[in-house]
Design a protein around this ligand. Structure first.
Ligand code: ZN
Ligand code: ZN
Ligand code: ZN
Length: 372
């Protein structure tokens, strides 16, 4: 069982966000419902509505939650609620006018990436001089670096996904539709502790060449290469892993060669992980292997993405991302080769940065498993 986060944990995160905002030259942080609000307060409204909810974090001020009066009881039930000051508003009152005096004289704020344009534009219309920057650009490290309890949850989510993979190798592939294997994967993720399944990619044969193919009506056949990419949330933290399997033992030479190449790229990028190297260095490490192997033009996807209270979040392992790796960061390393009309291969593990390297949170074999 995961250690439960307390109101004091959330208070600490909110203090840190407010302090880091000031250091970065902002008056504070504005957070609407979404992953940032979950991470900062534990509060997730049961339904996202057009009625504005907004957390205002300013150093030296109590964290304030502007919330529709009718949703206040829900918000009061959140773990972080005891350390929040509630500012309820009722229908017929303009929430932006309610918010304006809470922002203080300085008007440069970081705003949650997921804030609705409706609310952002409402504030900009109402608060003169307001300047907003996406939170990820303003404070890129805020959620990217995980504390030990968060790492425990991410490791547990990874272990759950690994257990699901172990079992999916035993189901029938040949003669079944991708959607049926995807349903098996979803059930296995839930069986292994996940309360939410975000995606179950089953890309068989040519469908594997589309990195974002989910699962379709195609019937899987002996001789197919199948990309399995699945994940979701366990105790509020994400899993995301990919293995590429083969239906039947007769593996085409090129499939074998491409799989070996992707496997080497994944290992090489993993070995490049250590504090101080940049996100783009991880992408470059994987990309060099695949380019040198002659398949560079078919590596059409980024090498990785952050993971935390969501399964896909910044930072991204892409060319141009110069953010340095810091112990506690968690992200995917998922090189792949996608050959249009033929097949795809991807191998993906979640990795966390340690003091002297990296540690995998997925630990199933990288061998190409043979399924039936
Ligand atoms: Zn993707
Ligand atoms: Zn994935
Ligand atoms: Zn991924």
């Amino acid at each position: 069982m995961a250690v439960q986060f307390t109101a004091e944990d959330y208070a600490g995160r909110m203090r840190r966000a407010a302090a880091e905002a000031v250091q970065a030259g902002y008056a504070g942080v504005l957070v609407t419902p979404g992953p940032d609000l979950v991470w900062l307060t534990g509060y997730q409204p049961t339904a996202l509505t057009e009625r504005m909810t907004m957390l205002i974090l300013r150093e030296g001020e109590p964290p304030r939650l502007v919330v529709p009066k009718l949703e206040e009881p829900d918000a009061q039930a959140a773990t972080g609620a005891p350390v929040l000051e509630f500012v309820p508003w009722t229908d017929g009152i303009d929430p932006y006018t309610v918010t304006r005096p809470l922002l203080g004289p300085q008007t440069a704020y970081a705003v949650a990436d997921s804030a609705w344009a409706l609310h952002v534009l409402g504030l900009l219309r109402t608060v003169s001089g307001l300047r907003l920057t996406p939170l990820t650009d303003a404070l890129p490290m805020l959620r990217a670096v995980k504390d030990p309890h968060e790492l425990d949850r991410l490791a547990a989510a990874g272990a759950g996904a690994d257990a699901a993979y172990g079992q999916i190798l035993g189901v029938a592939f040949a003669g079944r539709k991708e959607t049926e294997v995807a349903a098996d994967l979803a059930a296995l993720l839930r069986e292994h502790g996940h309360e939410q399944v975000d995606f179950t990619v089953v890309g068989s044969g040519p469908n594997g060449a589309n990195p974002h193919h989910e699962a379709g009506d195609r019937t899987i056949a002996t001789g197919d290469t199948v990309v399995l990419d699945f994940g979701g949330l366990r105790d509020g933290y994400g899993s995301d892993t990919t293995r590429t399997v083969h239906v039947g033992p007769d593996v085409d030479d090129e499939v074998r060669r491409v799989h070996d190449l992707v496997r080497t790229a994944q290992q090489t990028a993993f070995e490049a992980v250590r504090p101080g190297v940049t996100c783009q260095d991880i992408d470059r490490a994987a990309r060099k292997v695949i380019t040198d192997g002659g398949y560079g033009e078919y590596f059409i996807h980024r090498t990785g993405h952050g993971i935390g209270v969501t399964t896909h979040e910044p930072p991204y392992m892409i060319e141009g991302e110069r953010l340095p790796l810091v112990p506690g960061m968690c992200f995917s390393i998922e090189p792949g080769v996608y050959l249009p009309g033929r097949f795809g291969v991807r191998i993906e593990d979640i990795v966390t940065v340690t003091e002297d390297g990296g540690r995998r949170l997925n630990n199933t074999s990288h061998d190409m498993a043979i399924v039936a």
